[in-house]
Ligand binder design. Structure first.
Ligand code: MG
Ligand code: MG
Length: 293
């Protein structure tokens, strides 16, 4: 449970930390903040300190739908939850998410058309509730549920590979596997199957875009090469680019790896209290659903 809560709060903390410097370059960040390591809000969205963006709020919308469906991941429920989320005018929304939710309104079909262009990180950033709800199920079933939620907005092979990897890696950490084990059993096989994700023999990935490949490269460079929850998140968001999303995904992995005790208390104190409570409540609810499934 401590790891599940760590993962969910990790998404929110990484999102809130990264949102301040989203779309900035590392140079601009260094000039303005030195090393950016506090939840101070601001950024292009002019957020209050501790506020989160779509990465967290879409996760929460999805988690609520899964809890209502007693741990099942039903595409129609997911699509309706995202559509309701969009109608509530979120602070930010990705282009692919918006386009495919509008298509859903027209067609009623919760599965987006497959597209080689929809390789953004928008499905990966919100995958955590599925990882928690399907914990303990066979790997094929986990993968199918991951794709069911992802395809509502992102129907793309690279996005799928990343989403499945993230959910299974989170579950490995929930079981207490070490970073070394997950590196050998999940990360290396991912890179072998999809060499585009190669991150070790590449220069430091700065300004990672919303393309899932650059997102995963930056996140894995930070998670594998920088130890500890806070240091990893600080490293990845100071690379700039889509930093709220790299922060959220790194937070998901590191929260599951290091557990809730590793989260900086000063960050938790600043985090939007309603979001903090929702993350903790859903982590428990989703994991509860997985045990009874
Ligand atoms: Mg965002
Ligand atoms: Mg973003």
């Amino acid at each position: 449970m401590a790891r599940a809560e760590g993962a969910y709060l990790g998404v929110a903390l990484g999102d809130a930390l990264g949102a301040t410097v989203e779309f900035m370059t590392p140079r601009e960040i260094a000039h303005e903040y030195g090393v950016h390591r506090e939840l101070k809000g601001g950024g292009w969205l002019r957020l209050k300190p501790g506020r989160v963006t779509d990465d967290t709020t879409m996760s929460l919308a999805l988690g609520e739908a899964i809890i209502k469906d007693q741990g099942e991941v039903r595409p129609l429920s997911c699509a309706r939850a995202f559509d309701a989320w969009m109608r509530a005018k979120p602070v930010d929304i990705g282009n692919t998410v918006r386009r495919n939710l509008i298509a859903f309104r027209r067609s009623g079909d919760p599965e987006a058309a497959s597209s080689e262009h929809d390789a953004g990180n928008g499905a990966a950033m919100r995958v955590l509730p599925v990882a928690l709800a399907t914990f303990g199920r066979p790997e094929d079933a986990v993968r199918a549920c991951v794709r069911a939620q992802a395809h509502v907005t992102h129907h793309n092979a690279m996005s799928d590979a990343a989403c499945e990897f993230l959910a299974l890696a989170v579950q490995d950490f929930l079981r207490g596997k070490s970073l070394r084990e997950v590196f050998l059993q999940r990360i290396q096989p991912l890179v072998k199957a999809y060499p585009a994700f190669e991150f070790r023999h590449r220069p430091r990935r700065e300004n990672p875009s919303g393309w899932i490949v650059e997102t995963i490269q930056a996140v894995l460079q930070a998670v594998v090469d920088v130890g500890g929850f806070e240091n990893c998140l600080v490293d990845v968001v100071n690379r700039g680019g889509d930093s709220d999303t790299t922060g959220a995904i790194a937070g998901m992995l590191c929260g599951a790896l290091y557990g809730v005790e590793a989260l900086p208390p000063r960050w938790l104190k600043t985090l939007d209290p309603a979001v903090r409570e929702a993350c903790i409540g859903q982590a428990r609810g989703l994991l509860g659903a997985s045990v009874s499934a």
